[in-house]
Design a protein around this ligand. Sequence first.
Ligand SMILES: Nc1nc2c(c(=O)[nH]1)N[C@H]1C(S)=C(S)[C@@H](COP(=O)(O)OP(=O)(O)OC[C@H]3O[C@@H](n4cnc5c(=O)[nH]c(N)nc54)[C@H](O)[C@@H]3O)O[C@H]1N2
Ligand SMILES: Nc1nc2c(c(=O)[nH]1)N[C@H]1C(S)=C(S)[C@@H](COP(=O)(O)OP(=O)(O)OC[C@H]3O[C@@H](n4cnc5c(=O)[nH]c(N)nc54)[C@H](O)[C@@H]3O)O[C@H]1N2
Ligand code: SF4
Ligand SMILES: [Mo]
Length: 693
Amino acid sequence: MNAPVLKASACPHDCPSTCALEVELLQDGMIGRVRGARDNAYTAGVICAKVARYAERLYHPDRLTKPLRRVGAKGEGRFEEISWDAALDAVAEAFLKAEAEHGAQSVWPYHYAGTMGLVQRDSIHRLRHAKGYSLQFDTICTNMAWTGYIAGTGKLAGPDPREMALSDQIVIWGTNPVSTQVNVMTHAVTARKTRGAKIIAIDVYPTQTIKQADLGLVLRPGTDAALACAAMHVLFRDGFADRTYLERFTDCPAELEAHVATRTPEWASAITGLTVEEIETFARMIGETKRTYFRLGYGFTRSRNGAMSMHAASCIAAVTGAWQHEGGGAFHNNGAIYTLDKSMIEATALRDSSVRQLDQSQVGRVLTGDREALRGGPPVHAMLIQNTNPVSVAPEQELVKQGFAREDLFVCVHEQFMTETAQMADVVLPATQFLEHDDIYKGGGHQYLMLGAKLVDGPGETRENLVVLNDLARRLGAAGHPGFSMSAREHIDWMLKASDLGSLEEIERDRWVDCQPDFETAHYLKGFAWPDSKFRFRPDWPKVPAPNDGPMGPWAEMPALPDYWPVVEAADETHPFRLVTSPARSFLNSTFNETAGSRDKEGRPELMMRPEDAGPLGLQDGDRIRIGNARGAVLLHLRVTEGLKPGVVIAEGIWPNEAYPDGKGINTLTGADAVAPYGGAAFHDIAVWVRKA
Ligand SMILES: Nc1nc2c(c(=O)[nH]1)N[C@H]1C(S)=C(S)[C@@H](COP(=O)(O)OP(=O)(O)OC[C@H]3O[C@@H](n4cnc5c(=O)[nH]c(N)nc54)[C@H](O)[C@@H]3O)O[C@H]1N2
Ligand SMILES: Nc1nc2c(c(=O)[nH]1)N[C@H]1C(S)=C(S)[C@@H](COP(=O)(O)OP(=O)(O)OC[C@H]3O[C@@H](n4cnc5c(=O)[nH]c(N)nc54)[C@H](O)[C@@H]3O)O[C@H]1N2
Ligand code: SF4
Ligand SMILES: [Mo]
């Protein structure tokens, strides 16, 4: 038998690793194993198990293959097959009707990052802008993390992530890379093996990453800024602060030093639940190791004080001057290194900034007519949804479900599977998967721009996002923009050329473009990205560059300097537990929870609780329990787990709602209130009660 042909691709999923892939193409035209590209310096041959077995998802018997129209009641799940023409006509008719009766802003195209491909993910904006439909304010994932990081540095970029392998110490903070971005571990473990580097991990429960660390700190949710301030206290106190660096590169070192003088390890211990000794050890390890790389994740920012926590953690590297050293500094995401011209994909010239921006995380409030969420405009009457599954992943799930059940709302969902959002739709369109269409991807957790070319045909009548949008635009009389007449390959070529990053032909040959800035730029050795070139210990929070109209949430009350800001949803007598909804290793948000390989590994929806908390409630391992708050209640099973902090409970994964005995998913409990200063959803900041069911 001939050996399979290996084809290059890139992982399309919403994961900072954006792995460079090698896909086996078998004799019969099917795909075999998927591997990490060995010659890609960041992927370095390693990918996660769920993508290695991608054939399971590509050839899944439940793939949508035909356009469908609802025949039963809303959400009942009864559909009939129709032709593409009939389906697109129905969508266009509903959109034109909504526009005629309630104005263009009553149509809300809604999307997210189920694919991270720049063409297939972001082409929906072209239709939005061409028609003047409502804008989407993206809040579900990155706001607190990005704002918090930029508050200090002025820019969303940092030291080359490959330098982790050259570091003497890696602090993995508020991310669980063993589960969520495996390549961080590759480089951290290389540093451990080759240079004896230490790995420090900080989380709210004993994750696999914590278990692999030399120092694993388990603290109370939402208290990271207290740990950061106490660490800085010790660094100043014990002579570890780099005063020359501070004078030259930071805005107000003396003020910071005076401020953290009262943020003692004892103070932080009472807030974080860590021992004074743990805090002292952590600070000393950082002080004694100049070449420390802070790999700051998203997890610890999904709290109402999340932007403050991110900023506080990034400040530590400025106090020790770690930024100066190869293998040192603080990294979160490399978004700002890619200077891509997306004007053709998104028709940015047609964007009307007077159009309202509706908050993606508040989709429940928007669809149930909350006036503030509607920004004073008309109700939403029609939606096109691509690459996201809000009925499962969005907060305030009870409102989301009520909203999607509205008889006067028309919903078209373009999907690969019959998700719980697709089940609520009027028209469902079958979508291709990444190996079935062309696209281009940029790594958030590294510095490559990568091509993922079409390798196989999609099943049945599946179509890619771009084609659906172009066809809809023609039916809606909006196809004048040249972007609506281009294929994905033409878009990629146009964008690369306009951005001065080569061409389609070149990236097809080379597979990726390494966009890493030079050492001095990446380490901010020519200064930070503010007018005065200084790192900001004292951010101007309402002026940190942000993607939306202006500050929101209780931003005016944010402390001026790094500090613990007690605005979390605190436990009280009625809600004595703090719930964190961490990612599951075998799922990726709601993706892969349709594949047996992933579901079998995850088991069932469970709540982790320490034995000392379970005992007084009369609860035992495996018990059916109910957890709840004012937003609703969820039924699941108890997993008694050692190593948690008192009063902290963890539910891993976004399981489908139907995996819970009463159909209510974990996001029944999460809130959609906008987090300061630029919005965002506090998925790990929830107070709940727990009872035997
Ligand atoms: N397997 C898997 N991989 C994924 C995902 C997934 O669902 N599953 N999701 C993808 C997506 S969309 C994203 S944005 C990235 C996110 O990737 P990461 O940057 O890793 O962030 P999170 O996955 O949100 O959370 C990581 C960890 O933060 C912890 N955490 C929660 N609250 C706190 C806190 O207050 N303090 C501290 N120190 N830790 C806290 C959680 O327990 C969790 O272990 O991962 C992507 N990769
Ligand atoms: N409780 C809780 N909730 C959370 C989180 C949490 O930690 N806890 N994390 C939040 C975070 S960080 C995020 S980013 C969100 C993400 O939540 P979602 O945006 O829903 O993310 P995914 O599950 O990655 O992708 C959604 C869908 O995109 C579809 N899709 C993939 N590729 C394509 C394509 O090419 N075309 C079309 N039409 N569809 C495609 C997939 O089939 C999948 O059903 O969830 C958030 N929700
Ligand atoms: S680790 Fe992330 S980017 Fe890499 S293959 Fe897995 S999901 Fe894709
Ligand atoms: Mo995310």
